[in-house]
Ligand binder design. Structure first.
Ligand code: APR
Length: 226
């Protein structure tokens, strides 16, 4: 079966990585306009690098959990397109390959001056020079608010081709990710949401599995791999 899976911060929560909009979420103690917009980066690149250095260190310390590993198992049995809003590499370390990071990755760096992409160091600094143009304008290769998510053509094609669309651990607050389920449903896909609670897009799904990802995702994958 052709399955399109969209994941959000909730799939990495049980690996100890903070989500954004929970009561202890990242957006409770950081302002989006300061650390997740191009304007914020221009205003204070030191603050932005400090925010992503903290997240990069958290991700490096975290381990993939049973939900990440279950999705890798699913892809050995079905044709899975895995799209993630997450910028950690837990899907890859959990065994998934060809992960579509629509919001970029903490492992990537980008030069704001010449556009050169290169591997991020664990700690990035605003005075680092771009390896290509030498300017002190390197930034995390993360898609910020107001910027265009990556790989959207490939994502729309996979959503339209899917026989099943599943969303795991996303609050459905950020578009275009939040609109993918409705698009898949209109294209004829079966839809299922796996989440700890109902989300802003729960109405777009025909089926729901409520519970922690490390329980509901392996159960769901077991059913599909029987
Ligand atoms: N198991 C399953 N779901 C969980 C778990 C868990 N253990 N813990 C939390 N969740 C769910 C929450 O119920 C919520 O629906 O994960 C979701 C987390 O929502 P957000 O914090 O809003 O994260 P996400 O949906 O990934 O945010 C989308 O917003 O700020 C931007 O770029 C950022 O990619 C991010 C985007």
């Amino acid at each position: 079966m052709r399955i399109c899976v969209l994941t959000g911060a909730g799939i990495s929560a049980e690996s100890g990585i903070r989500t954004f909009r929970a009561t202890d979420g990242l957006w409770e103690d950081h302002r989006i306009e300061d650390v997740a917009t191009p304007e914020g980066f221009r205003r204070d690149p030191v603050l932005v690098h400090r925010f992503y250095n903290m997240r990069r260190a958290d991700a490096a310390r975290a381990q993939p959990n049973a939900a990440h590993r279950a999705l890798a198992r699913l892809a050995r049995r079905h044709k899975v397109t895995l799209i993630t809003q997450n910028v950690d590499d837990l899907h890859e370390r959990g065994g998934s390959t060809d992960v579509i990071h629509m919001h970029g990755s903490l492992l990537g760096a980008l030069c704001a001056a010449c556009g050169h992409r290169f591997p991020a160091t664990l700690v990035m600094r605003s005075l680092d020079r771009c390896p290509a143009c030498g300017k002190q304008s390197t930034r995390p290769d993360i898609v910020w608010f107001g910027e265009i998510p990556y790989h959207m053509e490939r994502i729309w094609a996979a959503v339209e081709d899917a026989e099943m669309f599943a969303a795991i651990g996303t609050s459905g607050q950020v578009y275009p990710a939040a609109g993918l389920a409705q698009h898949a449903s209109r294209a004829g896909a079966a839809t299922i949401e796996l989440n700890l609670a109902h989300s802003a897009i729960s109405r777009d799904f025909a089926q729901h599995r409520i519970g922690p990802a490390t329980s509901v995702v392996p159960e769901w994958v077991d059913e599909l791999c029987r």
